[in-house]
Design a protein around this ligand. Structure first.
Ligand code: AMP
Length: 191
């Protein structure tokens, strides 16, 4: 099972990604988590990308794609994977399409979590209080929303055209969204 999950900042991507990956027995791979882990440990990669994450901008495609290629080559990705937060640009979409095609593989579904913009900002500001993420402040949140709308939201058309898109209403409790998402993804991938 090879899955993607996409959604605006605050849509609940991370939480639902973990549940979905567990449901299908595949690793959840979050590029954001990989970057944050490297920043925390002050690795060369972390030092390089810290200011980019702090500003709410995207890490360059070549850097991000190399990380994803390395991660997908790990043995635990053999039964499949769930990518959370990748791809985010058209360049990354083409990279992933090529990467999978070279291996005779393809995606099974692309989950899009949809939440109203006003609800997103409210959720992110609440998360800032709980998790203390450096990029959960109002200016950076606004910038991340803009970058998502400009660069990432249009990618949904690519997957829609390929018949892979599963649009999930991301409003309501975590449990409600998870149940909704499971049944929609299961219906989509059923033979
Ligand atoms: P996330 O945890 O998915 O919200 O990602 C946090 C931050 O990591 C983003 O705002 C970007 O700065 C960076 N990032 C994560 N994934 C990508 C990606 N696929 N391409 C570029 N930057 C990314």
């Amino acid at each position: 099972m090879r899955l993607l999950i996409m959604g605006a900042p605050g849509a609940g991507k991370g939480t639902q990604a973990t549940a979905l990956a567990e449901r299908f027995g595949v690793p959840a791979i979050s590029t954001g988590d990989i970057f944050r882990h490297n920043i925390k440990n002050q690795t060369p990669l972390g030092v390089k990308v810290k200011s980019i994450l702090d500003a709410g901008e995207y890490v360059p495609d070549d850097v991000t794609e190399e990380i994803v290629a390395d991660r997908l080559a790990q043995p635990d990705c053999e039964p499949g994977f769930l990518l959370d937060g990748f791809p985010r640009t058209m360049h990354q979409v083409h990279f992933l399409d090529r990467y999978l095609a070279d291996r005779g593989e393809g995606l099974d579904a692309v989950v899009s979590l949809m939440v109203e913009p006003e609800a997103l900002v409210r959720r992110l500001l609440a998360r800032a209080e709980i998790e203390g993420r450096a990029d959960d402040n109002e200016d950076t949140i606004r910038r991340r929303m803009e970058v998502y709308a400009g660069q990432t939201a249009p990618l949904l058309f690519h997957y829609e055209n390929k018949g892979l898109l599963v649009d999930v209403d991301g409003t309501g409790s975590v449990d409600d969204v998870r149940a909704r998402m499971f049944s929609q993804v299961e219906a989509h991938v059923a033979p």
